[in-house]
Design a protein around this ligand. Structure first.
Ligand SMILES: Nc1nc2c(ncn2[C@@H]2O[C@H](COP(=O)(O)OP(=O)(O)OP(=O)(O)O)[C@@H](O)[C@H]2O)c(=O)[nH]1
Ligand SMILES: [Mg+2]
Length: 366
């Protein structure tokens, strides 16, 4: 019996030499499902084994942001500029060898920023402590894919993260699977499929190890998205691209680079020359979907210095919970000034959704 590694290698080789067309589609789909199952199995065994001295980082603040990029693009320089921490900077590669956390305070939010060792191709296979780095990235709420103006291959980074089961700026497909005791696999589509058909889904589910289950697929997806779903261990995170060292190129070069990165949210900066850092702070705050709410004690001035930092879409109920756990229980009504109010001082209930920079008074029973 071949080892899991050998089986994986064999399937990868077969996939590499099989071209994709209508005739090979089912075969490829099955191979991919089998490959995913083997890789998941391998991962399970690895995580049970001795821990190879992974990096331990304690999360702190409202959210955690990971700096992911090739060596020497300026990750540590940026950390030093936007947080209270210090990480060594040097002109040679692999200066940073461990995780260096820093805290960035912006608009009242405390955001933890993680400086990481440079990521290289095949990091996901263990190169350059890549596995440890990638496992830290999994704990982040937002990923900054950092490149510099001359080292621009974002796809290599995305591919490494992908292999580590991370999906960027994507969401899980709209699928429902229910296991059952008998009857094999029943497939239901509630929308047109350009790639999948019932047999293919059934075969792929079988290869993955499902025997009896109902699956409902509610949007047009491809094989990879199906595998992502049935594997169940994919992590979906927001990401944007930070282009550093823009001080070294002209506008025209930069515009061209931005065009090549179409589809990404891009933040051009120079960490060393302090260019674009305010925009970066704002963009990080927004990408984390944070808003600020200023609390106004009844009959007093609002506290404009230390806002409550909560997620977009939060209602007064969430505001109450963030102040004190008794506030929701003893809630009578709230008053709101700002973008979410129809008029200044509008009286609202727990379900009222607040907006960034609203001023809120919560009135509770005594
Ligand atoms: N011209 C220019 N150089 C920069 C800028 N930011 C960083 N550098 C230089 O780039 C080199 C690498 O910077 P680091 O901050 O150590 O890069 P890193 O990404 O942390 O590198 P590793 O830790 O090795 O992965 C240093 O020589 C920095 O001075 C910038 O905005 N412009
Ligand atoms: Mg560094």
């Amino acid at each position: 019996m071949a080892t899991i590694d050998e089986q994986i290698k064999e399937i990868e080789e077969e996939l590499a030499k099989t071209s994709y067309n209508k005739k090979t589609q089912h075969h490829i789909g099955k191979l991919k499902a089998k490959l995913a199952r083997l890789k998941d199995e391998l991962e399970r065994r690895r995580s049970k084994g001795p821990k190879g001295g992974g990096y331990a980082v304690r999360k702190s603040g409202h959210a955690t942001v990971a700096l992911v990029g090739f060596p020497s693009v300026g990750k540590s320089t940026l950390l030093n500029k936007i947080t209270n921490a210090f990480s060594e900077v040097a002109a040679y590669k692999f200066t940073t060898l461990t995780v260096v956390p820093g805290l960035m305070e912006h608009r009242g939010a405390k955001i933890q920023v993680l400086d990481l060792p440079g990521l290289i191709k095949d990091a996901s296979k263990g190169k350059g402590r890549g596995r440890e780095v990638l496992s830290v990235v999994r704990s982040a709420d937002l990923i900054l894919l950092m490149i510099d103006v001359f080292e621009t291959n974002v796809n290599v980074l995305v591919e490494e993260l992908r292999t580590a089961n991370l999906r960027l700026n994507q969401r899980p497909s709209d699928i429902v699977i229910s296991r059952k005791n008998r009857g094999g696999i029943t497939v239901n589509f509630t929308s047109n499929q350009s790639i999948l058909d019932e047999d293919l889904v059934r075969e792929m589910m079988n290869e993955y190890g499902y025997i009896n289950a109902d699956i409902v697929i509610r949007e047009d997806i491809d094989e990879d998205e199906l595998i992502d779903y049935i594997s169940g261990n994919r992590l979906y995170l927001p990401a944007m691209v930070v282009i550093n060292k823009i001080d070294l190129v002209n506008q025209q070069y930069l515009r061209q680079l931005e065009r090549r990165l179409a589809g990404w949210k891009i933040v051009p900066i120079s960490a060393e020359k302090d260019l674009g850092l305010d925009e970066l702070r704002d963009d990080v705050f927004d990408a984390l979907r944070f808003i600020r709410v200023y609390m106004k004690p009844q009959g007093k001035e609002a506290d404009l210095v230390e806002p409550l930092v909560i997620k977009q879409g939060s209602d007064i109920g969430i505001v109450c919970e963030s102040i004190h756990r008794d506030f929701r229980k003893n809630f009578r009504y709230a008053q709101v000034w700002g973008k979410s109010a129809r008029f200044p001082g509008q009286i609202v209930g727990l379900e009222h959704v607040v907006a960034d920079q609203d001023i809120v008074s919560v009135i509770v029973k005594r």
